[in-house]
Write a protein that binds this ligand. Structure first.
Ligand code: FAD
Length: 427
């Protein structure tokens, strides 16, 4: 008999809650990863995120090999794979960490039911957040939809608890199932190496975070986002660390949980405005305009540099993400969902809750969003946050040769956006 621990967005051995509990079960533990074809089939063959997952699994496998164990890697739909696992092994218990996205919730319910049919017990755990679901809620039990009171409650609760436990499982590593499963190459999974790579995160550079985080030319943010997305870093460790280091940085980690909570409580936000009063906005949705935005040829250097950084590296600085998103929705009057989908394709840190939450924030359609009449002026943003043009010159080499004219004039676009929003918002 065996237990199976199913890796998903928690690709680490250290401080992994479900893995810790699996290793304390009475059966040897097979670590499993499934390349889910329901997700993979829609991705380009050189998707950099698949490469990062593969590389992270390879590192985990090397560690497991040192203790005579290995990861079992499967490819297929999760239901097909689990059916075959129940045939292949005498599975008594299944362990995984919870995932709060609508697709994952549905998938996990199906696998839990399948386990039950096969007389296996399923155990799921909170791992990717400090507070999940409705753990942070208003006095009446309803979810918060405004960030600041959510954050205050989050901090109050966190500070009232004993320091968070970190789950050190190393002393139980002998409970891994002894095995030598084949480790497939990326090509065998059906993918190719991408030249875009996830960069290492860096916590030493956030010492001046409060003052420098808005300046894209300065390397002063952590680059943690893909590591939090795929769980190569543990949120408990980070929060325990950040709480003594930097309040502004901690509040960004709380934004992450806020948007996860919004997605959990209001899954409709994936494809609908959080504020349905905004459903009447008449988007222009011009395809040519959208192409220019994607390619970074709008004539606004801050917007263009951001889109080129995204296209070249799979990353864009947060301040610039806000500028390009506002430009798409307000200056070009293109539905935020188009921008959300483009970011989803390109971002290495793409995370449904953060992406949808931030896009709706920028469009003004989300919870606790920027007011619709606030229209970022991309040139003023440039003067404020990249006044020496270091960031834009990095991504727009032709800048000094005389840059293209803006595709739409700011004052005109601003008035048009405000008028269109005003006419579209139902009162
Ligand atoms: P740091 O500044 O070092 O922040 C530390 C961590 O806090 C981040 O890694 C992230 O996990 C979290 N965080 C920071 N800002 C936010 C925020 N506004 N919302 C939620 N979490 C935050 N972040 C994603 O992780 N995935 C996305 O798909 C994503 N899409 C975005 C789309 C738009 C339009 C905008 C404006 C922002 C988006 N963000 C997204 C948030 C933010 O831009 C990135 O988390 C950040 O730039 C990542 O860089 P970093 O790790 O160096 O951040």
């Amino acid at each position: 008999e065996v237990s199976i621990f199913w890796f998903r967005r928690d690709l680490r051995l250290d401080d992994n809650v479900a893995l810790y509990h699996a290793l304390h079960s009475k059966y040897p533990v097979i670590p499993l990863f499934i390349f889910d074809t329901d997700i993979l089939n829609s991705l380009p063959k050189n998707d950099a995120r698949v490469g990062f997952i593969h590389e992270s699994l390879r590192k985990l496998n090397t560690k497991l090999n040192a203790i005579e164990s290995s990861i079992l890697i499967k490819k297929g739909t999760t239901t097909e794979v689990w059916k075959s696992l129940f045939e292949e092994f005498a599975v008594s218990e299944v362990f995984f960490n919870k995932d709060y996205e609508p697709y994952a919730i549905k998938r996990d319910l199906a696998i839990t039911a399948l386990a039950k049919e096969n007389n296996a017990l399923c155990f799921s755990f909170k791992d990717q957040v400090i507070f999940e679901e409705l753990e942070i809620s208003k006095a009446d039990g309803l979810p918060y939809t405004i960030y600041t009171p959510y954050k205050n409650k989050w901090l109050e609760k966190y500070k009232s608890m004993a320091p968070l436990l970190e789950y050190d499982a190393e002393s139980y590593f002998s409970n891994f199932h002894k095995s030598n499963f084949d480790f497939p190459t990326l090509q065998q999974i059906g993918f190719e190496e991408s030249n875009i790579k996830v960069q290492l995160y860096n916590l030493t550079q956030i010492s001046n975070y409060d003052e420098t985080r808005d300046f894209p030319a300065i390397d002063s943010t952590s680059y943690l986002s893909p590591h939090l997305r795929f769980g190569t870093e543990s949120i408990r460790k980070l929060v325990n660390w950040a709480v003594h280091k930097n309040d502004v940085f901690l509040s960004e980690l709380i934004w992450r949980e806020f948007f996860m909570q919004i997605l959990f409580s209001f899954p409709k936000v994936v494809s609908h405005n959080f504020k349905s009063a905004y459903d009447g906005i008449q988007w222009r949705n011009n395809e040519e305009d959208f192409k220019r935005w994607c390619a970074g040829t709008t004539g606004y250097p801050m917007v263009d540099a951001g889109m080129r950084q995204l296209n070249a590296t799979g990353y864009m600085h947060n301040r610039v993400r806000m500028v390009v998103a506002s430009f798409l929705c307000k200056h070009l009057l293109i539905n935020w969902q188009w921008g959300e989908a483009y970011f989803a394709e390109k971002l290495l840190d793409y995370d449904l809750s953060a992406n949808v939450g931030n896009w709706q924030w920028a469009a003004g359609t989300g919870c606790d969003a920027a007011p619709y009449f606030r229209v970022f002026n991309p040139d003023i943003q440039l003067k404020k946050f990249d006044k020496n043009g270091i960031y834009i010159r990095k991504w727009i080499p032709e800048f000094d040769l005389g840059y293209a004219k803006p595709m739409v004039e700011h004052a005109f676009a601003r008035d048009r956006a405000i008028a269109t929003y005003k006419a579209g918002i139902l009162r």
